[in-house]
Ligand binder design. Structure first.
Ligand code: ZN
Length: 159
């Protein structure tokens, strides 16, 4: 599989950071970390810094986001660093950025609502924060959002 660009989002970008994780991109974000510290971490770890800080407009390893709107931000990020979202969505925890692992549905039976258990075959769990994910409703919502944003043209549509 083609490597996806790794990102570091500044503290103003909580929403788009969560979306990038949902789409499968390794994205670090921490509200308690200031921009300068995040930029150092980004450079150490070979990540593209996503920022609203105008001072970073010309930095080669940062992408200055023009809009405050997360859809516009997502569009700008993915037109610069495209990857196959349909292939990669839901491989990573949107809360803590950890890669998810598949989990047997019997194991999580008591941890999800009965209707969710009954209507889904595949479940994943975050080995770090223990949040459980299932493939019922979220992927459809994501794909709808991706189409709303008008990004499906630049992504491959396999899968
Ligand atoms: Zn997690």
């Amino acid at each position: 599989m083609e490597a996806i660009t790794k990102f570091a989002a500044d503290r103003m970008l909580a929403r788009v950071a969560r979306w990038l994780r949902m789409l499968g991109a390794d994205t670090i974000f921490d509200e308690s970390i200031d921009g300068a510290t995040m930029l150092r971490t980004a450079r150490t770890e070979g990540r593209i810094m996503l920022t609203r800080d105008k001072r970073l407009k010309t930095a080669p390893d940062a992408l200055f986001l023009n809009s405050n709107n997360f859809r516009e931000q997502l569009r700008q990020i993915l037109s610069h660093y495209p990857f196959d979202v349909l292939q990669n969505a839901f491989s990573r925890c949107s809360r803590c950025n950890t890669p998810l692992i598949g989990v047997d549905r019997e194991v999580i039976r008591l941890r999800v609502p009965p209707f969710v258990y009954a209507s889904n075959e595949k479940f994943s769990e975050c080995p770090n924060c223990a949040h459980v994910y299932w493939r019922g409703t979220h992927p459809e919502r994501i794909i709808r959002e991706v189409r709303n944003i008008g990004l499906d043209g630049i992504w491959s549509t396999k899968g």
